[in-house]
Design a protein around this ligand. Structure first.
Ligand SMILES: *[C@@H]1O[C@H](CO)[C@@H](O)[C@H](O)[C@H]1NC(C)=O
Ligand SMILES: *[C@@H]1O[C@H](CO)[C@@H](O)[C@H](O)[C@H]1NC(C)=O
Ligand SMILES: *[C@@H]1O[C@H](CO)[C@@H](O)[C@H](O)[C@H]1NC(C)=O
Ligand SMILES: *[C@@H]1O[C@H](CO)[C@@H](O)[C@H](O)[C@H]1NC(C)=O
Ligand SMILES: *[C@@H]1O[C@H](CO)[C@@H](O)[C@H](O)[C@H]1NC(C)=O
Ligand SMILES: *[C@@H]1O[C@H](CO)[C@@H](O)[C@H](O)[C@H]1NC(C)=O
Ligand SMILES: *[C@@H]1O[C@H](CO)[C@@H](O)[C@H](O)[C@H]1NC(C)=O
Ligand SMILES: *[C@@H]1O[C@H](CO)[C@@H](O)[C@H](O)[C@H]1NC(C)=O
Ligand SMILES: *[C@@H]1O[C@H](CO)[C@@H](O)[C@H](O)[C@H]1NC(C)=O
Ligand SMILES: *[C@@H]1O[C@H](CO)[C@@H](O)[C@H](O)[C@H]1NC(C)=O
Length: 412
């Protein structure tokens, strides 16, 4: 009888132990994504890994090439680690017409400025690590050649859209040859993006236009640190309702850092607030930092909105055009910047630019062309040391509708 009791107890303990073991493995579940190799479509394998391991799990992309041939929606993730050691390629076949046509049909609108995406990714407590080598390749050359520089070609898709995301980290990732905007951070907060390399460079005569490094929309508390962006458009661009954003220790080789364009929609108030950009190095860029708002006339819509609290400091520029620009003239004609510049009602205020040094090619430090309908206030410049390559120091500022300038004289 005694032996039977002991045996029963052992059986019960064994069952408990097995249950415990299963629980532990579910909690720390790892999905390794298998690649089919060249010409296969790995979309299903990727989606199924996110489905099985997207909650309290780990998703591992090995040192292989993964081809994505369909739109992906990997949202609603939680406590997940994504490891990318290989390369994810947005596959577009040599049959160029057929495949760009597919993506133009399938890309999904993000609900702003006619932009669309092919990969939604989001959730809470995501760590997406590329270990400095994991690469997302948008196969962008076919897009640069297709649109031939036409700005904001309808339905041309951006690469990655980080959406509805909180408390997450993206690090050590490389993004090359992005289709359009490299990524958008949309409706998200408390996100850190660090050690990110972006290179969208056209190998043909068609420019890599609209290949922004990152754009933000409806975000709060976002940090960009240690980015290197080589591209044909904005390095990082903050758009509607972006607040408490820090950008530091980055190298920009494209157009620079942009606030906007913003203020496009009729009757809708948008804001950008408390943005700090510091410790940045620019190489051959046009304007290291610029603010662009839409015009107030019905070619677009009367813009509404305001932005304030922008600090731009500790910046080194090498052969930039100037240091800083404000323009309130953006309108629909293919990104052009002429006419109706005094109609924007977007209010720009409280901008501090300091500790800027390096070489520029223009004859003024800054071009500050504010709208007569909403003059800029609280602009200050200090410790600016800019020279021509010849060594001549540049002191001039060109302004319109700037109220009470601090640390500089308009027209001097
Ligand atoms: C993406 O999937 C989520 C579920 O995680 C769903 O709520 C959402 O509507 C989907 N979005 C799109 C654009 O398909
Ligand atoms: C976030 O997810 C990681 C697993 O990737 C987990 O170890 C950690 O406890 C989670 N943090 C919170 C606050 O849930
Ligand atoms: C979106 O694109 C359509 C044409 O495709 C155009 O009529 C419309 O004005 C665009 N809207 C915005 C906000 O850009
Ligand atoms: C993001 O969240 C909003 C609001 O909950 C929801 O309507 C939208 O479908 C979500 N987007 C995606 C791509 O999951
Ligand atoms: C901002 O986000 C970071 C993560 O990038 C987080 O550590 C920090 O607590 C957040 N700050 C606030 C005020 O929520
Ligand atoms: C950027 O991409 C172009 C085109 O692929 C390439 O020629 C160039 O070497 C790349 N630059 C860097 C720094 O990787
Ligand atoms: C402004 O943003 C910074 C992060 O760049 C944050 O530390 C600071 O608390 C914010 N200031 C306010 C007033 O929210
Ligand atoms: C953007 O912020 C403004 C306030 O500045 C607010 O009225 C508006 O609802 C916000 N828009 C969205 C889509 O959250
Ligand atoms: C200025 O920025 C550089 C990075 O470009 C950084 O190494 C340095 O510590 C910063 N200096 C100050 C005073 O913050
Ligand atoms: C002026 O800016 C330079 C960097 O451009 C910095 O090294 C120096 O400390 C600053 N001087 C003052 C007085 O803040």
């Amino acid at each position: 009888m005694g032996t039977l009791k002991v045996l029963l107890l052992l059986v019960v303990q064994a069952v408990l132990a097995i249950t415990l073991f299963v629980d532990v493995t579910t909690a720390g579940k790892t999905c390794e994504v298998a690649s089919k190799g060249n010409s296969g479509d790995d979309t299903d394998a990727i989606l199924s890994a996110f489905k099985s391991c997207g909650q309290n799990g780990r998703i591992v992309f090995g040192n292989q090439v993964y081809y994505v041939k369909r739109v992906m929606n990997t949202t609603g993730l939680r406590n997940v680690q994504i490891e990318l050691r290989g390369k994810i390629l947005a596959r577009i076949n040599h049959c160029l017409f057929a495949d760009t046509t597919y993506w133009l049909e399938q890309s999904q609108p993000i609900g702003y400025q006619n932009m669309s995406t092919v990969w939604w990714l989001g959730g809470d407590n995501i760590t997406f690590d590329g270990f400095g080598t994991g690469t997302i390749d948008g196969n962008g050359q076919v897009w640069y050649d297709l649109v031939k520089g036409y700005s904001n070609y309808p339905r041309r898709p951006m690469g990655l859209t980080i959406v509805n995301t909180t408390n997450s980290i993206f690090r050590g990732l490389r993004f090359v040859q992005s289709q359009m905007w490299t990524m958008t951070i949309l409706r998200s907060q408390n996100v850190l993006l660090t050690d990110i390399f972006v290179n969208s460079t056209s190998r043909s005569r068609s420019p890599a236009r609209n290949t922004d490094g990152a754009d933000t929309l409806f975000v709060n508390n976002i940090t960009f640190r240690g980015w290197k962006v080589i591209n044909g458009d904005d390095g990082i661009s903050l758009k509607a309702n972006s607040s408490n954003v820090l950008i530091e220790d980055c190298d920009f080789y494209g157009l620079g850092f942009a606030l906007g364009s913003i203020g496009q929609y009729k009757g809708i108030f948008e804001h950008i607030e408390n943005v700090t950009v510091r410790g940045i190095r620019y190489f051959g860029t046009q304007w290291p930092a610029y603010i662009k708002t839409w015009t107030g006339v019905a070619k677009g819509y009367p813009p509404n909105g305001g932005g304030g609290g922008f600090g731009f400091s500790n910046v080194t520029v090498t052969r930039a055009y100037g240091a800083f620009q404000i323009g309130q003239c953006t309108h629909f004609r293919d990104g052009g910047q002429d006419g109706d510049c005094d109609t924007s009602r977007f209010q720009i205020r409280d901008i501090r630019v300091s500790d800027i040094k390096g070489t520029i090619t223009k004859d003024s430090v800054a071009s500050l062309k504010c709208s007569a309908s909403a003059p800029c206030s609280g602009l200050s410049f200090s410790n600016i040391s800019l020279k021509r390559e010849s060594g001549a120091s540049i002191q001039k500022y060109s302004c319109a509708n700037v109220v009470d300038p601090k640390g500089f004289n308009c027209g001097l």
